[in-house]
Design a protein around this ligand. Structure first.
Ligand SMILES: [Fe+2]
Length: 206
């Protein structure tokens, strides 16, 4: 069945262009490399057309999270406008496996969606782009994956990777995870929103 929310591609092109622009402020080489890959994906081929849009209970926090992010800067506001236009096409899902240190409410308190990659809006070899939403006071489980990763924070949530202490990039802040590093994220009193960009020859689901 064709996805009834599929459009002519304008929404995904604007999302990818505005995401690349949002990453452009970083001088970190891994972030610059990801920005280049994202610009190269703007005209990526269509993905699984059997995909059906779906929202989860945690998606009720999405309007508040988007509104907070939108107020941060012009570049993030543009990205959030692009994301909001694209969101009706997304198939939100819960992570199927847990991990150490997850809060008791994490399973019902989160939602993930792939934008570029399997079950996403477009496909691009080696590249996956997705988004994670946490309800307030949720601690996502420790996890790791072979693809390297660039995060773009869209809320005031906290992150942890490797043996480093927890840190807060702030809205519009970016950071890089090397392959297979253990990492986690957590919300405070507000909903948490972040975009993740995975890169490897064999990218796997977040
Ligand atoms: Fe990750």
């Amino acid at each position: 069945m064709r996805n009834p929310a599929a459009d002519d591609g304008a929404a995904i092109r604007e999302f990818l262009s505005s995401l690349a622009d949002a990453l452009a402020g970083s001088a970190e080489p891994p972030v610059k490399a990801m920005e280049t890959r994202i610009r190269g994906a703007v005209d990526a081929a269509g993905a699984d057309m059997d995909r059906m849009p779906r929202r989860l209970p945690a998606c009720s926090y999405l309007p508040a999270a988007i509104a907070t992010a939108r107020a941060a800067s012009g570049a993030i506001a543009r990205l959030m406008d692009a994301f909001a236009a694209l969101e009706p096409q997304l198939c939100w899902y819960c992570r199927t496996t847990t991990g150490p240190h997850a809060s008791d409410n994490w399973a019902d308190g989160h939602a993930n969606a792939v934008i570029i990659g399997p079950n996403g809006v477009r496909s691009r070899p080696g590249l996956q782009i997705g988004i994670s939403l946490l309800a307030p006071h949720v601690r996502y489980p420790d996890h790791s994956h072979p693809p390297e990763e660039v995060y773009l924070a869209l809320s005031s949530g906290r992150f942890q990777h490797g043996t480093a202490p927890w840190f807060e990039p702030g809205i519009g802040g970016t950071f890089h995870n090397v392959p297979n590093i253990t990492h986690a994220m957590a919300s405070g009193a507000a909903p948490f929103l972040a975009i993740w960009c995975l890169w490897s020859a064999g990218a796997s689901r977040h």
